[in-house]
Design a protein around this ligand. Structure first.
Ligand SMILES: [Zn+2]
Length: 348
């Protein structure tokens, strides 16, 4: 077999091997076997010195052609196998979107907001309208129209953050009583409203008071509304928030915008009336102030007190939260310490 035939054989065998190679390792082996320093092609070319001078250029040319062909075939196959390997890898590493993800920390409504939401939901279920007023209020709605004329001694307890001489940060949610009474069309039935929101007062910084806190104001005005309606309503609120078997008692009190006025106590939910530290051994816990809407308040908002009357009450969700969860310092609610707040996670 002469050199040219050997080269032709080598070429054919090489091209077949290349085509049959199934992975990158194999194609690299073929490259070394064919084209390496100790490879087959180099081995065949060593026989060049034995052939005649005229034959040598022709055989040389053919040998170059064979080497170029094999090199090109190896490169092509190598590229194809590389692409196949990449595709295989991408397929194997596809993201499985059905796998569980890393947990994301989730917040919850503030504990006071939770109480507000509970109370508001309860009253909405009883047909009350929600009226959220402005935190900056005219003095006339915050005081005068609630039967607190200038120089009234009860203003001293609240006199507070004025924005201008006649505008202030509201000291109570009660201004919404006057605003809603003015707007309401009594021909269409009684006014039943609930008004939750933030209020502001000058206060010494102690454990049970804060210069900013929350109130929920409620009022019902219509025909033939009595104190029995008030007591029944308060009982529903107390039982829904603190427990089924609790009772409500009313004690005489004083508020400028109600007459008569009462403080409402509920049975101590901790000792069920037997007496304990929470209820100061009385068996009762004071939860809110209430009363029958003062005729002057109705008159000042253009409602005839001879024809219409009703009750109003104001409760403090901050105080409710303190009682319900046994928190002894109101300032905890406003310090935004997540270790404190996370204890009131509704989701448990
Ligand atoms: Zn008690």
């Amino acid at each position: 077999m002469d050199l040219k035939e050997k080269l032709a054989d080598l070429r054919q065998q090489g091209l077949e091997d290349i085509e049959n190679s199934q992975d990158l390792k194999r194609i690299n082996e073929i490259r070394v076997k064919m084209l390496g320093k100790k490879g087959n092609l180099t081995g065949v070319l060593r026989g060049m010195r034995d052939i005649s001078a005229e034959e040598r250029p022709k055989v040389g040319q053919f040998a170059n052609k064979v080497r170029d062909e094999l090199t090109a075939a190896i490169e092509e196959r190598h590229a194809a196998l590389e692409q196949a390997a990449l595709n295989e890898k991408l397929k194997a590493e596809t993201i499985d979107v059905t796998l569980p993800g890393s947990p994301v920390a989730q917040g919850q409504p503030h504990v006071i907001q939770q109480i507000i939401d509970q109370v508001v939901d309860l009253f909405v279920s009883m047909g009350y309208e929600v009226a959220v007023g402005d935190e900056v209020e005219q003095e006339v709605y915050n005081f005068e129209k609630l039967n607190l004329p200038k120089d009234h001694p009860a203003r001293d307890m609240q006199d507070t953050f004025y924005v201008t001489p006649s505008v202030l940060m509201r000291t109570q949610t009660s201004p919404m009583q006057a605003r809603m009474l003015e707007k309401h069309d009594f021909a269409k039935g009684p006014l039943k409203m609930i008004s939750p929101g933030k209020v502001y007062r000058r206060d010494t910084d102690d454990a049970t008071h804060s210069h900013q806190f929350n109130q929920i104001e409620g009022m019902v005005v219509g025909k033939h509304i009595t104190m029995a309606d008030l007591k029944g309503t308060l009982k529903v609120v107390a039982r829904s928030l603190f427990g089924d078997k609790l009772d409500v008692r009313l004690r005489p009190s004083y508020f400028p915008f109600t007459e008569p006025s009462v403080e409402a106590d509920i049975t101590c939910f901790n000792c069920m009336g037997k007496g304990c530290a929470i209820c100061k051994h009385t068996g009762w816990i004071e939860v809110l102030g209430a009363g029958m809407v003062h005729p002057n308040v109705l008159k000042m908002s253009g409602v005839d007190p001879e024809e219409y009357g009703g009750f109003a009450f104001g409760l403090g969700p901050d105080r409710f939260a303190m009682l319900k969860y046994g928190v002894d310092d109101i300032r905890n609610f406003y310090q935004n310490d997540v270790r404190f707040l996370n204890q009131f996670d509704e989701k448990g």
